[in-house]
Design a protein around this ligand. Structure first.
Ligand SMILES: [Zn+2]
Length: 172
């Protein structure tokens, strides 16, 4: 979905009712970027205020803005209402699926770290192994082990197989 920048204004008082459709946005810029007001892309009709001002608490980094396509970092993840989770990249909104939302939450949990460590220790030294085999060995749910494997790939510990080695991993 496209992020539609409706206008750039100096204060919230000027916003009016310009946010009508999902993905509509208004940038509040007074000397520096302050807020991005975004009509939730999920269609729930909420307006999400995204703080861009580091001095005003938890904030997002804005790339582009007045005349360039907007990107935000990190992802926007609502903890109220529709709980939408999405990223804004080059003027496009990419919704993260339920599965990714779930994985994202799970990765924040201490129990995930414990599992990732066990998976790491259990992995044989120089062979491709299916994650299901490791899950069996550890008596864990395969999906959880798959998440742990992908996490270990991101951290440079495992590599993920492709083609005939699909769903197999090995140590880097
Ligand atoms: Zn929503």
């Amino acid at each position: 979905m496209k992020l539609q920048l409706k206008s750039v204004v100096e204060s919230r008082a000027e916003v009016g009712s310009q946010l009508t459709d999902p993905g509509d946005t208004i940038l509040i810029w007074r000397h520096h970027p302050r807020w991005l007001l975004l009509k939730c892309p999920c269609g729930c009709n909420d307006v999400i205020p995204i703080n861009l001002d580091r001095r005003a608490g938890k904030s997002w980094r804005l790339y582009g803005g007045k005349d360039k396509r907007i990107s935000l970092f990190p992802s926007v993840w609502r903890d109220t209402g529709c709980l939408s989770h999405f990223i804004v990249r080059n003027g496009q909104i990419e919704m993260l699926s339920e599965r990714e939302q779930f994985t994202y939450r799970w990765l924040q949990k201490p129990s995930f770290n414990l599992l990732a460590n066990r998976v790491k220790r259990a992995w044989p030294h120089d062979d491709w192994v299916q994650y299901v085999e490791i899950a069996d060995e550890l008596d864990e749910v395969p999906w959880d082990v798959l998440d742990a494997c992908r996490y270990l790939v991101k951290n440079g510990i495992l590599i993920e197989g492709e083609g005939v080695l699909r769903s197999a991993f090995r140590r880097r």
